[in-house]
Ligand binder design. Structure first.
Ligand SMILES: [Zn+2]
Length: 212
């Protein structure tokens, strides 16, 4: 038998005694009555960008979906396994979340791969290249508007553009755009700068991110 990693066991016990036991009544209530989070966050898998930490969230408060580069594929009913769409459907139609936040971040490896076609080809696995192709349109837009810019600035621009692409794709889900037009759900873009800890929100009217 492969032993479970010791450091994870230690960390788990720390959680159990320092966090779970002091909040046991809250956990018991969540177990008995179910979850009713008001916010869904779509974030990157990146280990440095943890939504619960950034929003100081307690259990039951955030419905979180993380994937490479915080992307939402456009609405489509073909294919077989729609993990992202299933999570959105559950959060929006069953949990009735009131806010849906797409949170991107600085130094995103997925976005960097999308920007650098060479890198994408070199590291080509079975899944990443196809997944990041969702940003093809955004990449072309950034390349056209950032001629002569540094690679870092281009990557930041694509990280921002990727958030806008995901919001646009979210609105291709008919049930979501219907609820948004009735004011029952609000969509938000956010961007976390890892080095400074600055979280910014997207003003969809101007297309600019402003610090919170
Ligand atoms: Zn990322």
């Amino acid at each position: 038998m492969t032993p479970f990693p010791e450091h994870l066991t230690d960390r788990y016990r720390r959680f159990k005694y320092r966090h779970f036991i002091p909040h046991v009544e809250q956990y018991e209530a969540l177990a008995a009555y179910g979850q009713a989070p008001e916010v869904m966050v779509v974030s990157c898998c990146d280990s440095r960008v943890d939504p619960e930490t950034i929003f100081s969230a307690m259990p039951g408060e955030l419905f979180v979906m993380r994937n490479v580069a915080n992307l939402i594929p456009p609405y489509e009913t073909g294919g077989t396994y729609h993990g992202v769409s299933a999570a959105i459907e559950f959060a929006v139609l069953t949990l009735r979340v009131k806010h849906l936040v797409v949170m991107g971040h600085s130094g995103c490896g997925g976005v960097k791969a999308a920007l650098d076609e060479e890198a994408t080809r070199e590291t080509e696995g079975q899944f990443i290249t196809k997944w990041m192709a969702m940003l093809d349109g955004a990449r072309l837009k950034v390349l056209a508007s950032h001629q002569g810019a540094s690679r870092k600035d281009m990557a930041t621009a694509l990280e921002w553009e990727g958030i806008k692409t995901s919001l646009q794709n979210l609105r291709s889900f008919p049930f979501l755009s219907a609820l948004e037009s009735k004011g029952r759900i609000a969509l938000h873009g956010a961007y976390f700068d890892i080095a400074t800890g600055q979280l910014s929100a997207l003003n969809e009217t101007t297309g600019e991110f402003y610090p919170l």
